[in-house]
Design a protein. Structure first.
Length: 197
């Protein structure tokens, strides 16, 4: 699961959303986070870790990941997280009565509202996130490719964004089925474990 999925699974509380969104950049034990961040944000960090752990061990997700192994090796799971955000965005109207653009803009506004309490690494990416319209861009294959290319420029992820998009094109039906199956499960598990409605 990548940015959009983590935010969505957080429910409507902006601080939980921000903690879940920022989870990759917040290391160490939860006790240290409790000293730095508001309680709701800490809950979001806990959710992020739960979602990542559950996703990494799920057999349906592994089917999706396996198609990316040849090109991406150990990075295949990371790429698949972004691919799943594409399928979430593409099917957004099934999961929300609010448009993806409205939802994204509300999240961007909360990033700015709570900017001062975000980790330094997260503060660095917020301007690009907003200016590029990253969350809503996931709904197209061009947006998926752009997101992967940006990640390759800022991390050690191989710059094979075109190959990833081609894999998705060729296997769209299988990815859609796997995403839909897993999305139903992860929504239920997250809600159960964190008492979200």
């Amino acid at each position: 699961m990548n940015f959009l999925a983590h935010i969505y699974l957080s429910g409507d509380n902006p601080l939980i959303q921000l903690g879940n969104f920022a989870g990759d950049w917040i290391k160490g034990n939860i006790t240290s986070s409790e000293k730095k961040y508001p309680a709701d944000m800490v809950l979001g960090i806990k959710m992020h870790r739960f979602i990542d752990s559950f996703t990494d061990s799920d057999s349906t997700v592994q089917k999706s990941v396996s198609r990316l192994k040849t090109d991406f090796g150990l990075y295949a799971s990371i790429v698949n997280d972004v691919v799943y955000d594409y399928f979430l965005a593409k099917n957004w109207e099934k999961y929300s009565t609010e448009s993806l653009e409205e939802y994204s803009n509300r999240f961007y506004a909360n990033c700015l509202k709570y900017f001062d309490i975000l980790p330094p690494e997260v503060k660095l990416i917020i301007p690009h996130l907003i200016l590029s319209g990253r969350l809503e861009s996931y709904k197209t294959l061009d947006g998926l490719q752009a997101a992967l290319k940006t990640m390759s420029e800022k991390t050690s992820l191989p710059d094979l964004s075109e190959k990833a998009v081609e894999t998705v094109k060729v296997n769209t039906a299988a990815y859609q089925e796997e995403f839909s199956e897993f999305w139903k499960i992860i929504r239920q598990k997250t809600a159960e474990n964190f008492l979200l409605k």
